[in-house]
Design a protein. Structure first.
Lengths: 454, 100
């Protein structure tokens, strides 16, 4: 790399970040890849620590070949010194072309000419009364525990929510020998049928999903209503729910995994000044980009952090963002026609998923007054509703009055439900309620990390 | 309360054993465990909620929710889901009497 080469920083080493890095290396550039993981791969293709022995087939099932290819590609580029990998490092702030990167040695400043954000997604969760208890996890957590640690998070597990991960995690846990006692889907079979036409855009993936569902057998229930997670001093003891026929069930368990598909991780895009739109299909705010991932001001977005297309879509989006970046820098850029066609097919499939496994709007809006909305600050639905009576419906006003979203997760796990509650209470749309402003640092950082000698 | 844990090990049994201290009691873990895995293999929760009566045991396991910050006898707090357990680590489920 010459002295005058543009400095391109990629945040995230999942499928999108790895593909973006590889595309830039191919063009003769030397990107810097900053990632929170100890090893590159991201969450869905997360690697266990060194010394673990399960095969990729055991870890990633039908996606093993894709995972292995991405890991091998990244490791090779890192070994050959064609990129710089900052592992176990969090970008906690960005300002005027410089990233504040928190790693083991404290906070370092990393400057960039172009920035590719491939920050991925986490579970989109909705509060269920009792969800603050020990033993309630996200579906992603249950999957990470199995993949990266070889453990089940409890002895009797119930999975709740809706979306592809619900079935996938259930099937993976069952296969690994965990005791999954029930898989409760809030989407009805009729609702799931409504997504079928668009899901047919990827017939093999849809069929694989049905095959995984079949493995769950009688554990799987569609169209459930979730009432309450019961707990004692030690943690979760049971879940109360109604089946599609209205019959009440009390299922004993010590662990819950919950999630309704994904929520884009957008805090850094927010700090980078990206514009956002409320996306009705995903019931969340997503950063605005062009079809290549250009967000303006030298910032590019790729993967589930901007469009929730899953790992295959993220690989393509990573390539597209890198191509856009190269083109904008005046480098010759490869053709993107075939990738853009693939994205269109993935978009149609994603529409099908959104329709078949919707966000539980009615459940979130009807949350009982005594239930906790914000797990960080233990803010109840009542406190949030009351704050709208004298503060109005604007999201950040509600945040400052009720402290919902002001905790350590910075609203990542309560914001979407909070917005539904505010919208229901004040009679406006979620889009009109607005979104919590992202604040630096986007991860907690010890004060000592900012201190410098002398 | 620290007798049997919440977590069930399903694979990767062939790793070296190591020891750490949880609220002063010696516990065992396997090399490659995160602090969260190690603690929940020995106990049912990680820490007491600061704002409610309940215990907490982590939530997202990917460093996003910040539910799993726990105390050590000495030194800074750590995020249990992402920190690896090390030999001799001294961890606690409640905050120390005096801040370091």
């Amino acid at each position: 790399m010459s002295e005058t080469s543009p400095r391109i920083v990629i945040v995230g080493a999942g499928p999108a970040g790895i593909r973006a890095a590889a595309m830039l290396v191919e063009a003769g550039l030397h990107p810097v890849v900053i990632d929170e993981g100890q090893r590159a791969g991201g969450q869905i293709y997360r690697r266990p620590p060194a010394g673990f022995v399960r095969t990729p087939e055991q870890l990633y099932g039908s996606e093993a070949a894709k995972a292995v290819a991405l890991h091998a590609l990244f490791d090779r580029l890192a070994e050959e010194g064609r990129l710089t990998h900052c592992a176990a490092s969090s970008v906690i702030a960005l300002q005027e072309g410089r990233l504040h990167v928190l790693g083991e040695g404290g906070v370092q400043l990393v400057s960039y000419d172009r920035l590719i954000l491939a920050t991925g997604a986490s579970d989109r969760v909705a509060p269920v009364p009792g969800w603050q208890s020990a033993g309630v996890y996200s579906l992603g957590a249950a999957q990470i525990a199995l993949k990266a640690q070889g453990v089940a998070l409890g002895q009797r597990i119930v999975l709740i929510g809706s979306g592809p991960l619900l079935t996938l995690v259930g099937a993976q846990l069952v296969k690994a020998g965990a005791d999954v006692v029930a898989v409760l889907d809030t989407s009805s079979r009729r609702q799931q049928m409504r997504g079928l036409w668009d899901l047919a855009a990827r017939p093999l993936v849809a069929l694989r999903g049905l095959a995984l569902r079949a493995r769950l057998g009688g554990r799987y229930h569609a169209g459930v209503t979730l009432e309450r997670i019961e707990a004692d001093g030690k943690g979760v003891t049971a879940i109360r729910w109604h089946d599609a026929g209205g019959r009440e069930h009390l299922t004993l368990c010590d662990t819950i995994g919950m999630g309704w598909h994904l929520r884009a991780e957008t805090h850094l895009a927010d700090l980078a000044g990206c514009a956002f739109i409320y996306h009705e299909q995903w019931r969340q705010w997503l950063p605005k980009t062009d079809e290549m991932g250009r967000a303006g001001n030298g910032v590019y977005l790729a993967g589930d952090g901007v469009r929730l297309l899953g790992a295959d879509g993220a690989e393509i989006a990573g390539r597209l963002a890198a191509v856009a970046c190269l083109a904008d820098l005046g480098f010759p850029a490869p053709s993107t026609a075939s990738d853009l066609r693939k994205v269109a097919r993935l978009e149609r499939f994603a529409r099908g998923l959104a329709r078949a496994f919707p966000w539980p709007t009615a459940m979130a809006r009807a949350l009982p007054d005594d239930a906790v909305v914000c797990r960080c600050e233990n803010v109840t639905a009542a406190a949030l509703r009351q704050s709208t009576d004298f503060g109005g419906s604007e999201a950040n006003r509600v945040k400052s009055l009720s402290r919902v979203g002001m905790g350590r997760c910075q609203g990542r796990y309560c914001q979407l439900a909070a917005v539904e509650l505010i919208a229901a209470q004040t009679g406006c749309t979620p889009g009109a309620v607005g979104r919590f402003r992202g604040q630096a640092p986007v991860r907690p950082a010890p004060i000592g990390a900012f201190l410098r000698d002398g | 309360m620290i007798t049997a844990g919440r977590i069930v090990r399903l694979a990767e049994f062939g790793r070296a054993q190591l020891h750490f201290f949880l609220d002063g009691q010696m516990c065992s873990a396997l090399a490659g465990d995160t602090v969260l895995t190690a603690m929940l293999a020995s106990g049912h929760a990680l820490r007491k909620s600061e704002l409610g009566p309940e215990w907490r045991a982590g939530f997202c396991l990917m460093g996003a929710c910040q539910d799993c910050w726990i105390w050590q006898d000495e030194g800074p707090r750590i995020r249990a889901c992402s920190a690896p357990i090390t030999e001799g680590m001294r961890l606690r489920t409640t905050e120390p009497e005096s801040w370091p």
